[in-house]
Design a binder for this molecule. Sequence first.
Ligand code: UD1
Ligand code: CA
Length: 465
Amino acid sequence: MRIYGIVLAAGQGKRMKSKLYKVLHPVCGKPMVGHVVDLLDRLACEKRIVVVGHGAEKVKAYLGDRTDYALQEQQLGTGHAVLQAKDLLASEEGLTFVLYGDTPLIREESLREMIRLVEQESAAGAVLTAEMDVPFGYGRILRDGEGNLAGIVEEKDCTPEQAAIREINTGIYCFDNRKLFAALAQVTNENAQREYYLTDVIAILRGAGEALLAYKTPDWTEAIGVNDRVALSEAEAVMKQRINRMHMLNGVSIQDPASTYIEADVVIGSDTRLLPGTVLRGATVIGEDCVIGPNADITDSRVENGATVKHSVLLEAEVGPEAAVGPFAYLRPGAKLGEKVKVGDFVEIKNATLGAGSKVSHLSYVGDAIVGKNVNMGCGSITVNYDGFNKHKTEIGDDAFVGSNVNLVAPVTIGKGAFVVAGSTITRDVEEDALAVARERQVNKPGYAAKLRSRLKNRKKEEDE
Ligand code: UD1
Ligand code: CA
């Protein structure tokens, strides 16, 4: 059967009280509408149409050419919104899912089960329902004497008896495509909100003698519709748990799931251990056998097998196999650490490549640099890469030794195997295997300290008198 998908995302989301359009609010790092469109991708839909209105340009900019769009200029209700997809879809034959852009927790299994049931029963469609202890704000499911789906009534239109029903409409439906558009033509706005409700399609189709199914999900959390920030935080909590669980089932150890935050698209290899306070964001990829945390904040970065990252912040960085980062390191965009590189405490690396086995163990800044293999950058050594106008490059050859507290004033090149003496300020290139000293020679004056002390003491005495 051909599958189509319509996602409603035209509402403003007034109840969010936000400058950001509702469906663009992220849940586990991904805008809600992104989660919903991902799901349609997994169902291999023939066509996906997102109905946009409020913030149309922003929603389109985010989703790009992943989907087609229909514009709903005035938000006259969910039924009216679906109708905007008519020109793009009405002539197709198949099963059309209608999903709301503010229900990010829908599970693929439920959609597949709906397809299976519709096929098995030759029904005109199905609605995903859920049993909720607090059904507040949702449409209620009406069933007839035989328990069949009879209709959906919006909360604002409920009689007190209907309001007591705890089975709710998740806002996740599939319909025979042609029957859907035929029924939509008959929807009116005679209700409390003067809106054209998609939910009225159920009673209309049933009135025409069509069979419609209500499939009750075993997991009510997937029904959470995010209308305000309270629901947003609930959705975040559910999604976080699902993501953590998925990684644990894939062989990742998470010592304290409560304090571990993994965004939706992060990839983690097996036998990696995540320690408390780990936050993994964006397109981050972590290899196998890594130890991440405690307290690691890693965004859009790649960490290879066997590496460790503790108490550190990484942004658009690459950490090679078995490299060790932290505690208290900051890897900024373009930091690329080779195999077994060590970056220790209070070290910042930006736009710099460090070859295999190199060490920057303490208190350093390495920016705009290419550092070879097995280089030792001593404590406090830094690249002086910025003159207030331009950034300049530092190159350090393999096996070079840069002593403590060395300033490498870029542009500058340190040759392979060179040795830069501690405390030097290097302004000229150092050739291969050379020793560079660039500091004042030391002078010792015997007995001078005692003399100086007594002079200072006498002066103080005179002043005090
Ligand atoms: C809707 C359902 C309700 C269900 C609940 C589940 C209707 C009439 N009601 O109520 O039965 O229990 O979702 O979460 O469908 N939208 C448009 N254009 C419009 C109106 C809405 O695109 O003109 C979009 C919104 O952006 C949103 C979605 O449709 O993503 C749902 O709209 P919303 O106003 O949140 O509906 P609910 O009141 O939550
Ligand atoms: Ca809603």
